[in-house]
Design a binder for this molecule. Structure first.
Ligand SMILES: *Cc1c(COP(=O)(O)O)cnc(C)c1O
Length: 388
């Protein structure tokens, strides 16, 4: 625990004592951990699945540039759109890049200017755009099955026609390899993928090309299904959060890559019956000491986190009180009588307080909190990639 009044100062000067810490070595550890769930090259000679490291949403809020050095061992990176693919290239990644959002318009084909791009194709117009595109980059494509999530992709009736169309583009030299991609709606459930995978396999039966299905939850919860593919696509678990409600990241041997730290910047003695915060959402049942922590919803802390959401103050677990405001929140100093102005506060990701637990208390998921960290929060880099 850092001593009181000695905040971590990543740039040497931090006017406000709120910062996130990103530990790239945790990402490297989590990547190795996920890789270890996959079989090695089997006796059958089947190769182990390759791994797309999902880095959309600026690496789930951690910063692509910060975590990329820790992802060198991935076989490819997966992003949402072609501008993100370009960012990967600018940062020196010259391996494959999978683009989940594929093409949003004909104009996007002008961005197919680098080799090694893989486009997820979700509707027929995208194939028409590719048919009229300059052939230079010859992207590989992955046809997405609508699956049991029904967000994007071809349904069972249209899939084979899309494949035939794609094949004709390949024959003209406009695209490279054609793969088959599915994304499960319920991979975090024990029996969540069996029927979804069976249905997908039925749709792609006898079609040539690699198969990709598994996100973090599918890799960690349905390893045999993941092992039967050619490419897996973890995201969340790379950043050290558990995709399961019933199983913690520590139990899965995942290490949190982001922690959020602040300080007590005010202490209020609140009389019995008085309200704390906007609308008096918390009423003090007895006279109590309340700490004010400089972190609010404009920093990405969820405003809907209720009284009782866990917070660690001076190494002791306590709770949020009342409504989170834009720049600050109130915490119960009852369990922390030694707290003072400058006492360190952990909001998530360290000192035994996983971001999943804060998310659960706030009725959301870890990925929303991680990707929601706001730009006004300075980030300190630790681990591999730091101080380079
Ligand atoms: C975001 C995404 C993933 C990664 O999912 P996690 O649950 O974060 O592991 C995989 N596949 C697709 C299609 C995605 O959009």
């Amino acid at each position: 625990m850092p001593p009181v009044n000695a905040p971590y100062r990543p740039e040497g000067l931090l006017a406000r004592p709120l910062y996130a810490r990103v530990d790239a070595s945790a990402v490297a550890h989590n990547l190795a951990r996920l890789r270890a769930t996959l079989p090695g090259a089997g006796a059958s000679g089947a190769a182990a699945p390759r791994l797309w490291a999902t880095v959309k949403a600026d690496a789930y809020g951690h910063g692509l540039a910060r975590v990329l050095p820790a992802l060198r061992a991935a076989d490819g990176l997966a992003v949402l759109h072609l501008d993100e693919a370009r960012a990967c290239r600018r940062l020196g990644w010259d391996g494959p890049v999978l683009v989940y959002g594929g093409l949003y318009s004909q104009a996007d084909t002008l961005l197919l200017d680098t080799p090694g791009l893989h486009l997820v194709i979700t509707h027929a117009a995208q194939l028409d755009w590719l048919a009229q595109s300059p052939a230079a980059a010859r992207p590989s494509i992955w046809l997405r099955f609508a699956g049991d999530i029904h967000h994007t992709g071809f349904n069972a009736d249209d899939y084979r026609a899309a494949f035939a169309h794609a094949r004709s583009l390949a024959a003209q030299g406009l695209i490279g390899e054609i793969g088959h991609l599915n994304h499960y709606a319920r991979a975090d459930e024990t029996d969540g993928v069996d029927s979804a995978d069976a249905r997908f396999r039925e749709v792609i039966r006898d079609l040539p090309g690699p198969v990709s299905t598994s996100n973090s939850a599918a890799m960690l919860g349905h390893a045999a299904r993941a092992a039967a593919t050619q490419w897996v696509r973890p995201g969340l678990a790379l950043y050290g959060a558990s995709p399961f409600a019933h199983c913690s990241a520590a139990q899965l041997d995942l290490r949190p890559a982001m922690s959020l730290h602040s300080q007590v910047v005010g202490i209020q003695r609140v009389p019995a019956g008085a309200g704390v915060g906007y609308s008096g959402a918390f009423l003090a049942p007895t006279a109590m000491n309340v700490g004010i922590v400089t972190c609010g919803y404009a920093d990405g802390y969820p405003r809907h986190a209720p009284t009782g959401t866990p917070v660690v103050v001076a190494g002791i677990r306590t709770r949020l009180l009342g409504r989170v405001s834009m720049d600050m929140m109130a915490v119960d100093l009852g369990p922390v009588p030694h707290a003072a102005i400058g006492s360190p506060v952990t909001l998530w990701g360290a000192e035994g307080l996983p971001v999943e637990e804060v998310a659960m208390a706030a009725g959301t998921i870890a990925a929303q909190l991680l990707t929601g960290l706001s730009a006004r929060v300075p980030v300190a880099l630790a681990g591999a990639g730091a101080a380079r």
